[in-house]
Design a protein around this ligand. Sequence first.
Ligand code: UGA
Ligand code: MN
Length: 341
Amino acid sequence: MVMFTLRKLLYVYCCVSVFIILWLLNYHVTDKGEDDVLEERLDVLQKRLDDKHKLLEESKQKVKDYEEKLHKCRIFKPFQKSFNTSLPIIYLITPTYDRIEQKAELTRLYYTLLHVPNIHWILVEDSDRKTEKVQHFLANCKIHYTHLNVATPQQVKLKSSDPNWLKPRGVLQRNAGLTWIRASLDPHKDKGVVYFADDDNTYSVELFEEMRLTKKVSVWPVAMVGGLRFESPICDKNSVTGWGVYYRPTRPFPIDMAGFAVNLQLFFDHPNAWFSNNVQRGYQESTILKLLDITMADLEPRADKCTKILVWHTRTEKYNPKNEAKLKQKSGKGTDPNVEI
Ligand code: UGA
Ligand code: MN
C-alpha cells in the first residue's frame, strides 16, 4: 500500500515535473515579452536604416546637383582668357538691335571671335535699356566683353518696312563704343586697334591677325557690297592708289565699314572723331577717317595687298514667322512665347 502510494506520488511528481518542463519550454519559445522587445529593436534598426538610406539618397542627389553645376560651369560659364600683354588688343565695336534674327547673328559672330586671341568685344545695343535677350546671350560669353546700350532717336530710326539704306545705322552705338574706349583705356599704356564689326557680316579669323598690327589705318577688300562681287582698295606695292568700287567712287574713302581698322591711339589723338547721323548716305566711313586726319598715304593694305577676301558683307534674310497667327487660330495658341529664340 505504502509502495503503491509512493509510486503514485512519484508518478504525479514526474507528471508535474514534465508539465513544468514543458510549460517552461513552451514559455521560452513563445515568450511574447522578448518578442516584443526584439520587434521594437528591429523597428528602431529599420528606422535607422531608412534614415541612413534617405541621407544617402539626399547626398547622392546633392552630388548629382554639384556635378550638373560643374558641368554647366565648364561648358557655359565665362572663361575669359587673360590678355597676352605683348600682343595689341583688338577692340571690336558691334552695334546690334532687337529683331528675330539677332541672336542667330550674335551667335555666329561670337563663335568666330572665340578663335581670336586678345580681343575685347564692345557690344552696343540700339535700345534705351539692356535687353534680357542680349544679357542672357552674354552670360555665357567666354571672351572679354563690354555691354553698352544707347537708343537711336525715333526720327532717325529705321522702320522694319523701310529699305535698309534709307537711314544710317549703328551711328550712336559706335559712338558709345568710342566713348567707352576713351574713358576706360589708358592712352599711354593700352595698345590696340579698333574695328567696327557689324553683327551681320561674316569674318574670317585671319582678318583679325591682318589688322592687329595696324599703325594708322589698315584696309582690305570686302565681298558682296556696293553692287559688286567685292569692293577693294587698289594697291601698288604697299600703298593704296585708288578704289575698285562702282558706288559713289568720289567719296574721300569709298570703303565699307568692314574694310578698315584704326590704331587705338588715333582715337585719343583726335578726341572729336565721331560718327554722325547727319552725313550723306555712304559717307559714315569717309567722315570718321577724315576726322582722324587720315590721308591716302596713311592707308596700309592688308590681305595680300588687297587680293584676298577675308570679310563678307552678308545680310540675313528677314524672317517672317507668318504661320504663328494661323497656328494660333487653328489650335488656340502659337509657339511658346517663353522660349527665347
Ligand atoms: C552698311 C555698312 O556695312 C554699315 O557699316 C553702315 O553702318 C550702314 O551701311 C550705313 O550706311 O549706315 P548695312 O548692312 O546696310 O551696312 O547695315 P546693317 O547691317 O543693317 O546695320 C549696321 C549695324 O548697325 C549692324 O550691326 C546692325 O545691327 C546695327 N543696327 C542696324 C542698329 O544698331 N540699329 C538699327 O536700327 C539697325
Ligand atoms: Mn549689314
